[in-house]
Design a protein around this ligand. Structure first.
Ligand SMILES: Cc1cc2nc3c(=O)[nH]c(=O)nc-3n(C[C@H](O)[C@H](O)[C@H](O)COP(=O)(O)OP(=O)(O)OC[C@H]3O[C@@H](n4cnc5c(N)ncnc54)[C@H](O)[C@@H]3O)c2cc1C
Length: 543
């Protein structure tokens, strides 16, 4: 039996890990486990897309494998890396671990913690296994090889959790179908990872992807499958559909589909922020269900965008199919925003196309990493504009503090505001409001690498600017996007768990993970460490 250095793996899973390493091109520093998102369509001039190493031997030659998130901002050294290629392998791994723990002699160390990872596209360290007794990390369970559609009819697709959106979109499209939900800007995420954190795009009439999940197959930490639906298990569904990797292992997800449809997308730049906030923003928000905008603090320009329905004939007549971010060569000419032009996250050409190609603009953004953090807040449009102006004022104050009087925010800083319909179908949904028609503005801040192949800007610069935005939005009742950066130094939220029913979440999830093997230390710190058994701690469900 071949044993990978520093890894304690059971036999079938050693094979799985080796298979993953051999299935992808060689890593620059030897073997490893690579993500499997399909490369994006690029023109010849675009930078080459390399598969990304999720876990592997570290460059310093130490024996234990190291894993990292996409941007390289979160790193961890798990006690094992497990990559099942089938659902049966997943179940047998979990059962074997549970059986070994049950058979352990009295006084033996308890079973090690366990954390699932999709493509590790989050910035929050949610997939870092908790520390085992003695300080070692627990196991990393990589699910991206569990990929494909398992059932499909005219209204729903059941999908394995490791399926990338890119693969799902292609498969549905080949059958004349599209997802009945508006994705965020990237296709290189696993469905399981996206559902676990509430991946969202910008559509006021609908919530994030978790809100449209109608059924889940979840494995508990003993390897027992649970088929959950809203009808049969509503309470468990409200916890598991946004489980943050702390509520069992999601193996299958059921999502709604519709006949494939077309959308027309439009983006433009406006340099008059007074007119934008005063007239344009209210008008656009009330006209378009799918609308969002970017703001560039240095140039004080806003970049609104919307999508509207179009027919296939209209798309064809327009003759401008939507391109990926890397393919949008004219945006690369806008060198005012960096030597490589507009950052990839900003590249949304005017086009008309089938749903997934118009709603997303990149399979994967690895060519230009970025810091990213986001808060959801429910405000009327005037308050939203006032909050944005206050954020800009604080950015100027940060710039002056860092660079002296008159200094301006960095060129690579971008603010992005999207809209998500409120819903209470997931206990940890940051837009958990029950008022009819409530909508959250999701304020997303990014500092991008200054060029495609440049390193990320320093953490302290990012933390200063993000902290400034966070202060404003927390004071307005904002809640963080779970998958993104949050300043742990911001302290505990003003209301326990940011007003989310965290205790109820823990109570429901205890059924799938009674020993809290899937606990997450970052979540516990940011959300105030609420325990299900803590009496007197009232989690306020804002409604
Ligand atoms: C360039 C870029 C653009 C992005 N754009 C958006 C956007 O437009 N909108 C948005 O909302 N977010 C966006 N994100 C964030 C994204 O939604 C999350 O990072 C998402 O979780 C990534 O999916 P993943 O497969 O990489 O999951 P991971 O980051 O690997 O995991 C995320 C969490 O899900 C858990 N998890 C993963 N799989 C499972 C499973 N099968 N069962 C149980 N738990 C699981 C993990 O333990 C972890 O807690 C973006 C990220 C990047 C890098």
């Amino acid at each position: 039996m071949r044993k990978l250095p520093g890894l304690a793996l059971s036999c079938c899973l050693i094979l799985a890990a080796i298979k993953a390493a051999h299935a992808t091109p060689p890593a620059p520093h030897g073997g490893g486990l690579f993500t499997t998102a399909p490369p994006e369509r690029t023109d010849a001039a675009a930078p080459a897309h390399e598969p990304r190493r999720l876990c592997g031997p570290p460059a310093d030659g130490s024996p234990n494998w190291e894993c990292s998130n996409w941007a390289g901002t979160v790193k961890w050294t798990p006690s094992a890396v497990v990559a099942p290629a089938t659902e049966a392998e997943l179940a047998s791994y979990l059962r074997a671990e549970a059986a070994a723990a049950a058979a352990a002699a009295p006084g033996a160390p308890p079973r090690a913690p366990l954390k699932v990872v999709g493509f590790a596209h989050s910035w929050a360290g949610l997939y870092v296994p908790a520390a085992a007794p003695g300080g070692a990390r627990g196991a990393t369970l990589a699910l991206h090889m569990l990929s494909g559609i398992t059932q499909l009819n005219a209204t729903h697709a059941e999908v394995l959790a490791g399926t990338s959106f890119a693969a799902l979109f292609e498969e549905l499209h080949s059958k004349g179908l599209g997802l009945a939900w508006h994705p965020g800007g990237i296709q290189g995420l696993t469905v399981g990872g996206a559902v676990a954190v509430g991946f969202h795009g910008s559509q006021m009439s609908l919530g994030g992807v978790s809100s449209v999940v109608s059924a889940l197959r979840l494995y508990d930490t003993d390897g027992v499958p649970h088929d959950l639906t809203d009808d049969a298990s509503p309470d468990a569904m409200r916890a598991a559909r946004m489980g943050l990797g702390m509520c069992g292992v999601v193996a299958r997800v059921t999502l709604p589909v519709v006949p494939q449809f077309h959308l027309r997308r439009r983006r433009w730049r406006t340099d008059d922020l007074g007119a934008f906030f005063g007239e344009e923003l209210p008008r656009l928000k009330s006209t378009y269900d799918r609308f969002h905008w970017y703001l560039h603090p240095l140039s004080e320009s806003a970049w609104p965008m919307y999508w509207e329905p179009a027919t296939a004939e209209e798309s064809l007549a327009e003759g401008r199919p939507c391109r990926t971010a890397a393919e949008q060569a004219e945006d690369a000419l806008l060198t005012e925003f960096g030597p490589d032009g507009l950052p990839l996250i900003m590249r949304w050409d005017n086009c008309s196309d089938v749903s997934h190609l118009s709603l997303t603009h990149a399979v994967d953004m690895e060519q230009q990493p970025l810091w990213n953090g986001e808060y959801y807040v429910s405000l009327d449009t005037a308050s939203e504009a006032a909050a944005t102006r206050e954020i800009l004022r604080r950015f100027d104050a940060v710039a002056a503090r860092r660079g002296g009087p008159g200094a301006r925010p960095p060129r690579d800083l971008w603010l992005h505001v999207r809209y998500v319909g409120a819903d209470t179908s997931a206990l940890l949904n940051p837009c958990y409001y029950s008022e009819e028609g409530a909508v959250c503005a999701a304020f997303e801040l990014a500092i991008v690498a200054p060029a495609m192949d440049a390193p990320l800007p320093p953490w302290d610069e990012w933390a200063d600017y993000f902290g400034a935005m966070e202060d404003v939005l927390r004071a307005l009742g904002g809640r963080p996007h779970h998958a993104k950066y949050t300043s742990e130094s911001a302290g505990p939220p003003a209301v326990p768990g940011f007003g989310l029913p965290v205790r109820e979440f823990r109570k429901q999830c205890a059924a799938f993970d009674p020993h809290r093997l899937m606990r997450n230390e970052v979540f516990d710190r940011v959300y105030g460490g609420l325990q299900p058994a803590e009496e007197g701690e009232v989690a306020v469900a804002v409604s």
